[in-house]
Design a protein around this ligand. Structure first.
Ligand SMILES: *Cc1c(COP(=O)(O)O)cnc(C)c1O
Length: 395
Protein backbone atom coordinates (compact mmCIF):
# COMPACT_ATOMS: atom_id res chain seq x y z
CA UNK A 1 0.00 0.00 0.00
CA UNK A 2 1.51 3.31 -1.10
CA UNK A 3 1.63 6.31 1.22
CA UNK A 4 0.86 8.58 -1.72
CA UNK A 5 -2.42 10.12 -2.89
CA UNK A 6 -4.11 7.92 -5.43
CA UNK A 7 -4.31 10.76 -7.96
CA UNK A 8 -2.26 8.93 -10.60
CA UNK A 9 -2.87 5.59 -12.26
CA UNK A 10 0.79 4.69 -11.89
CA UNK A 11 2.64 1.88 -13.58
CA UNK A 12 4.97 -0.14 -11.33
CA UNK A 13 7.86 0.76 -13.58
CA UNK A 14 10.62 2.78 -11.87
CA UNK A 15 13.68 4.16 -13.62
CA UNK A 16 17.16 4.35 -12.25
CA UNK A 17 19.29 5.89 -14.95
CA UNK A 18 18.94 7.69 -18.23
CA UNK A 19 21.07 8.59 -21.20
CA UNK A 20 19.81 10.72 -24.07
CA UNK A 21 16.48 9.29 -25.24
CA UNK A 22 16.97 6.05 -23.24
CA UNK A 23 15.77 5.23 -19.75
CA UNK A 24 16.87 2.19 -17.76
CA UNK A 25 14.52 0.49 -15.32
CA UNK A 26 15.64 -0.91 -11.98
CA UNK A 27 16.10 -4.36 -13.55
CA UNK A 28 18.30 -2.85 -16.29
CA UNK A 29 15.72 -3.01 -19.11
CA UNK A 30 16.21 -0.24 -21.67
CA UNK A 31 13.24 1.93 -22.71
CA UNK A 32 12.97 4.31 -25.66
CA UNK A 33 11.63 7.55 -24.19
CA UNK A 34 9.06 9.29 -26.40
CA UNK A 35 7.33 10.67 -23.30
CA UNK A 36 10.15 12.80 -21.85
CA UNK A 37 8.37 13.28 -18.53
CA UNK A 38 5.52 15.07 -20.34
CA UNK A 39 7.72 17.12 -22.66
CA UNK A 40 9.98 18.20 -19.81
CA UNK A 41 13.23 16.34 -20.54
CA UNK A 42 13.90 18.50 -23.59
CA UNK A 43 17.61 17.67 -23.59
CA UNK A 44 17.08 14.00 -22.83
CA UNK A 45 18.58 12.33 -19.79
CA UNK A 46 22.03 12.89 -18.34
CA UNK A 47 23.11 15.70 -20.67
CA UNK A 48 26.72 16.40 -19.54
CA UNK A 49 26.35 20.20 -19.73
CA UNK A 50 23.20 20.06 -17.58
CA UNK A 51 24.77 17.70 -15.03
CA UNK A 52 27.84 19.95 -14.74
CA UNK A 53 25.63 23.05 -14.33
CA UNK A 54 23.64 21.43 -11.52
CA UNK A 55 26.77 20.25 -9.72
CA UNK A 56 28.36 23.70 -10.00
CA UNK A 57 25.16 25.37 -8.75
CA UNK A 58 25.09 23.00 -5.76
CA UNK A 59 28.37 24.52 -4.54
CA UNK A 60 26.94 28.04 -4.63
CA UNK A 61 23.94 29.56 -2.82
CA UNK A 62 20.87 27.34 -3.41
CA UNK A 63 18.18 29.72 -2.39
CA UNK A 64 17.62 33.29 -1.41
CA UNK A 65 14.13 34.74 -1.48
CA UNK A 66 13.12 37.26 -4.12
CA UNK A 67 13.64 40.06 -1.61
CA UNK A 68 17.29 39.95 -2.76
CA UNK A 69 18.84 40.29 -6.18
CA UNK A 70 19.41 36.88 -7.78
CA UNK A 71 22.09 37.27 -10.47
CA UNK A 72 21.26 33.96 -12.21
CA UNK A 73 17.60 35.05 -12.40
CA UNK A 74 18.52 38.48 -13.79
CA UNK A 75 20.63 36.78 -16.44
CA UNK A 76 17.94 34.24 -17.39
CA UNK A 77 15.34 37.00 -17.61
CA UNK A 78 17.64 39.12 -19.76
CA UNK A 79 18.28 36.25 -22.17
CA UNK A 80 14.56 35.44 -22.48
CA UNK A 81 13.78 39.09 -23.15
CA UNK A 82 16.50 39.26 -25.81
CA UNK A 83 15.13 36.24 -27.65
CA UNK A 84 11.37 36.86 -27.42
CA UNK A 85 8.67 39.55 -27.77
CA UNK A 86 8.82 40.16 -24.00
CA UNK A 87 10.32 42.94 -21.89
CA UNK A 88 9.78 41.40 -18.45
CA UNK A 89 9.59 37.96 -16.80
CA UNK A 90 8.21 36.49 -13.60
CA UNK A 91 9.65 33.10 -12.60
CA UNK A 92 7.55 30.32 -11.11
CA UNK A 93 8.02 26.66 -10.11
CA UNK A 94 5.54 25.19 -12.55
CA UNK A 95 3.47 25.69 -15.66
CA UNK A 96 0.24 26.16 -13.74
CA UNK A 97 1.72 29.04 -11.78
CA UNK A 98 3.05 30.58 -14.99
CA UNK A 99 -0.43 30.65 -16.58
CA UNK A 100 -1.90 31.81 -13.27
CA UNK A 101 0.56 34.74 -13.32
CA UNK A 102 -0.38 35.47 -16.93
CA UNK A 103 -4.08 35.69 -16.02
CA UNK A 104 -3.35 37.84 -12.96
CA UNK A 105 -1.16 40.14 -15.06
CA UNK A 106 -3.91 40.60 -17.67
CA UNK A 107 -6.63 41.30 -15.11
CA UNK A 108 -4.45 43.64 -13.12
CA UNK A 109 -3.45 45.58 -16.24
CA UNK A 110 -7.09 46.59 -16.84
CA UNK A 111 -7.79 47.14 -13.14
CA UNK A 112 -4.86 49.58 -12.97
CA UNK A 113 -6.32 51.43 -15.95
CA UNK A 114 -9.57 51.82 -14.03
CA UNK A 115 -11.42 49.20 -16.10
CA UNK A 116 -12.34 47.11 -13.07
CA UNK A 117 -15.07 45.06 -14.80
CA UNK A 118 -12.76 43.98 -17.57
CA UNK A 119 -11.64 40.60 -16.29
CA UNK A 120 -13.27 38.08 -18.63
CA UNK A 121 -11.02 35.75 -20.57
CA UNK A 122 -11.92 33.81 -23.68
CA UNK A 123 -10.35 30.34 -23.59
CA UNK A 124 -10.87 27.16 -25.61
CA UNK A 125 -12.30 23.70 -25.23
CA UNK A 126 -9.68 20.97 -25.19
CA UNK A 127 -7.20 23.28 -23.50
CA UNK A 128 -5.14 22.42 -20.45
CA UNK A 129 -3.74 25.18 -18.27
CA UNK A 130 -3.04 23.33 -15.03
CA UNK A 131 -4.64 22.13 -11.82
CA UNK A 132 -4.99 25.01 -9.36
CA UNK A 133 -8.50 26.26 -8.63
CA UNK A 134 -7.84 29.11 -11.04
CA UNK A 135 -6.44 27.01 -13.83
CA UNK A 136 -9.11 24.29 -13.77
CA UNK A 137 -11.56 27.14 -14.36
CA UNK A 138 -9.36 28.48 -17.17
CA UNK A 139 -9.22 25.02 -18.77
CA UNK A 140 -12.94 24.48 -18.38
CA UNK A 141 -12.70 20.68 -18.53
CA UNK A 142 -15.74 19.34 -16.61
CA UNK A 143 -13.82 16.30 -15.34
CA UNK A 144 -11.26 18.49 -13.61
CA UNK A 145 -13.85 20.91 -12.19
CA UNK A 146 -16.28 18.34 -10.83
CA UNK A 147 -16.44 18.13 -7.06
CA UNK A 148 -14.31 21.13 -6.27
CA UNK A 149 -16.99 23.71 -5.58
CA UNK A 150 -17.77 26.86 -7.51
CA UNK A 151 -15.21 27.52 -10.25
CA UNK A 152 -13.38 30.83 -10.49
CA UNK A 153 -15.58 33.17 -12.53
CA UNK A 154 -14.63 34.99 -15.69
CA UNK A 155 -13.74 32.32 -18.26
CA UNK A 156 -15.67 31.63 -21.47
CA UNK A 157 -14.85 28.53 -23.54
CA UNK A 158 -15.17 28.26 -27.32
CA UNK A 159 -14.15 25.70 -29.91
CA UNK A 160 -10.63 26.16 -31.25
CA UNK A 161 -10.10 27.50 -34.78
CA UNK A 162 -13.52 29.23 -34.96
CA UNK A 163 -12.70 32.91 -35.29
CA UNK A 164 -16.30 34.01 -35.90
CA UNK A 165 -17.31 32.48 -32.56
CA UNK A 166 -14.54 34.41 -30.81
CA UNK A 167 -15.60 37.68 -32.40
CA UNK A 168 -19.19 37.09 -31.28
CA UNK A 169 -18.17 36.29 -27.72
CA UNK A 170 -16.32 39.56 -27.15
CA UNK A 171 -18.04 41.92 -24.70
CA UNK A 172 -16.91 45.16 -23.04
CA UNK A 173 -15.77 42.97 -20.13
CA UNK A 174 -13.44 40.83 -22.23
CA UNK A 175 -9.87 41.37 -21.09
CA UNK A 176 -7.92 38.71 -22.95
CA UNK A 177 -7.81 35.61 -25.09
CA UNK A 178 -5.92 32.63 -23.65
CA UNK A 179 -4.79 29.94 -26.08
CA UNK A 180 -2.28 27.12 -26.55
CA UNK A 181 -0.89 27.47 -30.10
CA UNK A 182 -0.69 23.68 -30.16
CA UNK A 183 -2.83 21.97 -27.54
CA UNK A 184 -0.99 19.27 -25.63
CA UNK A 185 -3.19 17.22 -23.35
CA UNK A 186 -6.38 18.13 -25.23
CA UNK A 187 -5.41 16.02 -28.25
CA UNK A 188 -2.54 17.84 -29.98
CA UNK A 189 -4.84 20.16 -31.94
CA UNK A 190 -2.87 22.91 -33.66
CA UNK A 191 -4.33 26.39 -34.06
CA UNK A 192 -4.13 27.44 -37.69
CA UNK A 193 -1.96 30.39 -38.68
CA UNK A 194 -5.08 32.24 -39.85
CA UNK A 195 -6.78 31.66 -36.50
CA UNK A 196 -3.76 32.92 -34.55
CA UNK A 197 -3.42 36.01 -36.76
CA UNK A 198 -7.18 36.53 -36.45
CA UNK A 199 -6.96 36.41 -32.64
CA UNK A 200 -4.14 38.95 -32.72
CA UNK A 201 -6.20 41.25 -34.95
CA UNK A 202 -9.25 40.97 -32.66
CA UNK A 203 -7.10 41.77 -29.63
CA UNK A 204 -5.68 44.83 -31.40
CA UNK A 205 -9.10 45.97 -32.54
CA UNK A 206 -10.72 45.67 -29.10
CA UNK A 207 -7.73 46.60 -26.93
CA UNK A 208 -7.59 43.09 -25.46
CA UNK A 209 -4.50 41.11 -24.52
CA UNK A 210 -3.37 37.92 -26.23
CA UNK A 211 -2.08 35.35 -23.73
CA UNK A 212 -0.33 32.26 -25.05
CA UNK A 213 0.13 29.12 -22.99
CA UNK A 214 3.33 27.71 -24.47
CA UNK A 215 4.06 25.55 -21.44
CA UNK A 216 4.07 22.41 -23.60
CA UNK A 217 4.49 23.62 -27.21
CA UNK A 218 7.19 26.20 -26.42
CA UNK A 219 10.88 25.91 -25.70
CA UNK A 220 11.83 24.38 -29.01
CA UNK A 221 9.28 21.59 -29.18
CA UNK A 222 7.77 22.59 -32.54
CA UNK A 223 11.12 23.47 -34.14
CA UNK A 224 11.17 27.14 -33.21
CA UNK A 225 11.97 28.62 -29.80
CA UNK A 226 8.23 29.32 -29.40
CA UNK A 227 5.37 27.88 -31.44
CA UNK A 228 3.78 31.27 -32.19
CA UNK A 229 6.88 32.18 -34.22
CA UNK A 230 5.43 29.99 -37.01
CA UNK A 231 2.45 32.34 -37.29
CA UNK A 232 4.28 35.68 -37.50
CA UNK A 233 2.38 37.18 -34.57
CA UNK A 234 3.44 38.09 -31.06
CA UNK A 235 1.47 37.71 -27.83
CA UNK A 236 1.25 40.28 -25.04
CA UNK A 237 1.80 37.67 -22.34
CA UNK A 238 3.12 34.11 -22.52
CA UNK A 239 3.41 31.28 -20.01
CA UNK A 240 6.27 28.82 -20.37
CA UNK A 241 7.57 25.89 -18.30
CA UNK A 242 8.23 22.18 -19.03
CA UNK A 243 11.36 22.37 -21.25
CA UNK A 244 12.61 25.57 -19.54
CA UNK A 245 14.30 23.57 -16.75
CA UNK A 246 14.76 20.30 -18.67
CA UNK A 247 13.69 18.43 -15.51
CA UNK A 248 14.29 21.04 -12.82
CA UNK A 249 11.01 22.62 -11.61
CA UNK A 250 10.85 26.06 -13.25
CA UNK A 251 8.37 28.15 -15.18
CA UNK A 252 8.02 31.73 -16.34
CA UNK A 253 5.46 34.31 -17.32
CA UNK A 254 6.76 36.67 -20.00
CA UNK A 255 5.08 39.97 -20.85
CA UNK A 256 5.45 43.18 -22.77
CA UNK A 257 6.68 46.02 -20.58
CA UNK A 258 3.50 48.07 -20.91
CA UNK A 259 1.44 45.08 -19.77
CA UNK A 260 3.72 44.05 -16.89
CA UNK A 261 4.14 47.53 -15.45
CA UNK A 262 1.13 47.42 -13.10
CA UNK A 263 2.65 44.38 -11.34
CA UNK A 264 4.33 46.47 -8.66
CA UNK A 265 5.64 45.31 -5.24
CA UNK A 266 2.96 43.38 -3.36
CA UNK A 267 0.86 42.38 -6.38
CA UNK A 268 2.35 38.90 -6.85
CA UNK A 269 5.06 36.67 -5.46
CA UNK A 270 6.61 33.24 -5.06
CA UNK A 271 8.99 31.96 -2.39
CA UNK A 272 10.91 29.54 -4.57
CA UNK A 273 10.16 30.99 -8.00
CA UNK A 274 13.38 31.66 -9.91
CA UNK A 275 15.74 30.73 -7.10
CA UNK A 276 19.50 30.53 -7.85
CA UNK A 277 19.50 26.76 -8.31
CA UNK A 278 16.56 26.76 -10.73
CA UNK A 279 17.87 29.69 -12.75
CA UNK A 280 21.36 28.20 -13.05
CA UNK A 281 19.66 25.22 -14.68
CA UNK A 282 17.47 27.52 -16.81
CA UNK A 283 20.58 29.27 -18.08
CA UNK A 284 22.28 25.97 -18.86
CA UNK A 285 19.22 24.93 -20.91
CA UNK A 286 19.51 28.14 -22.92
CA UNK A 287 23.25 27.54 -23.46
CA UNK A 288 22.27 24.37 -25.28
CA UNK A 289 19.12 25.61 -27.05
CA UNK A 290 20.41 28.97 -28.21
CA UNK A 291 23.53 27.38 -29.71
CA UNK A 292 23.53 27.83 -33.51
CA UNK A 293 21.45 25.25 -35.35
CA UNK A 294 19.63 23.75 -32.34
CA UNK A 295 16.09 24.72 -33.36
CA UNK A 296 16.83 24.04 -37.04
CA UNK A 297 17.81 20.50 -36.07
CA UNK A 298 14.58 20.08 -34.06
CA UNK A 299 12.60 21.36 -37.04
CA UNK A 300 14.39 18.94 -39.34
CA UNK A 301 13.88 15.91 -37.13
CA UNK A 302 10.26 16.99 -36.52
CA UNK A 303 9.64 16.97 -40.26
CA UNK A 304 11.21 13.52 -40.51
CA UNK A 305 8.90 12.33 -37.72
CA UNK A 306 5.93 13.66 -39.67
CA UNK A 307 7.08 11.87 -42.83
CA UNK A 308 7.53 8.59 -40.97
CA UNK A 309 4.10 8.97 -39.36
CA UNK A 310 2.57 9.51 -42.81
CA UNK A 311 4.19 6.25 -43.92
CA UNK A 312 2.77 4.52 -40.86
CA UNK A 313 -0.68 5.96 -41.61
CA UNK A 314 -0.53 4.57 -45.15
CA UNK A 315 0.52 1.18 -43.89
CA UNK A 316 -2.16 1.04 -41.17
CA UNK A 317 -5.14 3.00 -42.52
CA UNK A 318 -7.51 1.24 -40.09
CA UNK A 319 -5.36 2.05 -37.07
CA UNK A 320 -4.10 5.58 -37.78
CA UNK A 321 -7.10 7.88 -38.23
CA UNK A 322 -5.51 11.33 -38.19
CA UNK A 323 -2.13 12.98 -37.65
CA UNK A 324 -2.02 16.08 -35.48
CA UNK A 325 0.43 18.42 -33.80
CA UNK A 326 3.64 19.99 -34.96
CA UNK A 327 7.31 19.12 -34.73
CA UNK A 328 8.07 16.95 -31.72
CA UNK A 329 4.60 17.45 -30.27
CA UNK A 330 3.03 14.81 -32.45
CA UNK A 331 -0.45 13.35 -32.05
CA UNK A 332 -1.86 10.24 -33.72
CA UNK A 333 -5.60 9.76 -33.39
CA UNK A 334 -5.96 6.02 -33.42
CA UNK A 335 -8.75 3.44 -33.64
CA UNK A 336 -7.68 1.17 -30.78
CA UNK A 337 -8.09 2.43 -27.19
CA UNK A 338 -5.10 4.72 -26.63
CA UNK A 339 -4.46 3.58 -23.05
CA UNK A 340 -4.13 0.02 -24.26
CA UNK A 341 -1.72 1.04 -27.03
CA UNK A 342 0.42 3.04 -24.59
CA UNK A 343 0.52 0.01 -22.24
CA UNK A 344 1.50 -2.35 -25.07
CA UNK A 345 4.21 0.00 -26.26
CA UNK A 346 5.58 0.16 -22.74
CA UNK A 347 5.28 -3.47 -21.67
CA UNK A 348 5.92 -5.27 -24.97
CA UNK A 349 8.02 -2.81 -27.00
CA UNK A 350 9.77 -0.97 -24.16
CA UNK A 351 8.84 2.39 -25.57
CA UNK A 352 7.32 5.23 -23.52
CA UNK A 353 4.59 7.35 -25.10
CA UNK A 354 1.63 9.35 -23.80
CA UNK A 355 -2.08 9.58 -24.17
CA UNK A 356 -3.97 12.75 -25.04
CA UNK A 357 -7.72 13.35 -25.13
CA UNK A 358 -9.84 12.30 -28.14
CA UNK A 359 -8.03 8.93 -28.18
CA UNK A 360 -4.82 10.50 -29.38
CA UNK A 361 -1.43 8.86 -28.91
CA UNK A 362 1.03 11.65 -28.07
CA UNK A 363 4.71 11.43 -28.97
CA UNK A 364 6.97 13.86 -27.10
CA UNK A 365 10.57 12.70 -27.52
CA UNK A 366 13.45 14.74 -26.10
CA UNK A 367 14.47 17.42 -28.61
CA UNK A 368 17.81 15.65 -29.07
CA UNK A 369 16.10 12.64 -30.71
CA UNK A 370 17.64 11.41 -33.97
CA UNK A 371 16.02 10.02 -37.10
CA UNK A 372 17.42 6.59 -36.18
CA UNK A 373 15.55 6.80 -32.85
CA UNK A 374 12.40 7.79 -34.75
CA UNK A 375 12.76 4.81 -37.09
CA UNK A 376 13.10 2.56 -34.06
CA UNK A 377 9.95 4.09 -32.54
CA UNK A 378 8.04 3.59 -35.80
CA UNK A 379 9.01 -0.08 -35.88
CA UNK A 380 7.71 -0.48 -32.33
CA UNK A 381 4.45 1.27 -33.20
CA UNK A 382 4.09 -0.88 -36.30
CA UNK A 383 4.62 -4.02 -34.23
CA UNK A 384 1.78 -3.03 -31.90
CA UNK A 385 -0.56 -2.14 -34.79
CA UNK A 386 0.28 -5.42 -36.53
CA UNK A 387 -0.51 -7.35 -33.41
CA UNK A 388 -3.82 -5.54 -32.95
CA UNK A 389 -4.77 -6.29 -36.56
CA UNK A 390 -3.79 -9.95 -36.21
CA UNK A 391 -5.91 -10.26 -33.05
CA UNK A 392 -8.82 -8.63 -34.84
CA UNK A 393 -8.47 -11.06 -37.76
CA UNK A 394 -8.60 -14.11 -35.51
CA UNK A 395 -11.34 -12.76 -33.24
C1 LIG B 1 1.64 20.89 -18.31
C2 LIG B 1 0.89 22.10 -18.70
C3 LIG B 1 0.48 23.06 -17.76
C4 LIG B 1 0.69 22.86 -16.28
O1 LIG B 1 2.04 22.78 -15.94
P1 LIG B 1 2.48 22.16 -14.53
O2 LIG B 1 3.98 22.29 -14.55
O3 LIG B 1 1.99 20.76 -14.49
O4 LIG B 1 1.89 22.99 -13.47
C5 LIG B 1 -0.14 24.20 -18.22
N1 LIG B 1 -0.36 24.39 -19.52
C6 LIG B 1 0.02 23.49 -20.46
C7 LIG B 1 -0.23 23.78 -21.90
C8 LIG B 1 0.63 22.31 -20.08
O5 LIG B 1 0.98 21.40 -21.00
Amino acid sequence: MSALYGTYARSNLAFERGEGVRLYAQDGTEYLDFHAGVAVNALGHGDPHMVAALKAAADRVWHTANTFTIPEQERLGQRLVEHTFADACFFTNSGTEAVECAVKTARHYFWAKGQVDRYEIIAFTGSFHGRTMGMIAASGNEHYLEGFGPPLAGFVHLDPNDLAAVEQAITPNTAAILVEPVQGEGGCTEMTGDFMRGLRALCDKHGMLLILDEVQCGYGRTGKFFAHEWTGIEPDIMAVAKGIGAGFPLGACLAKGEVAKSMVPGTHGSTYGGNPLACAIGNAVLDRMLAPGFFEQVDHVGQRLKWHLQQLAQRFPHQVLELRGRGLLAGIRIAAPVKEVVARLRDEQHMLAMTANENVLRLLPPLVVTEADIEEAMAKLAAVFEQIEAEKATA
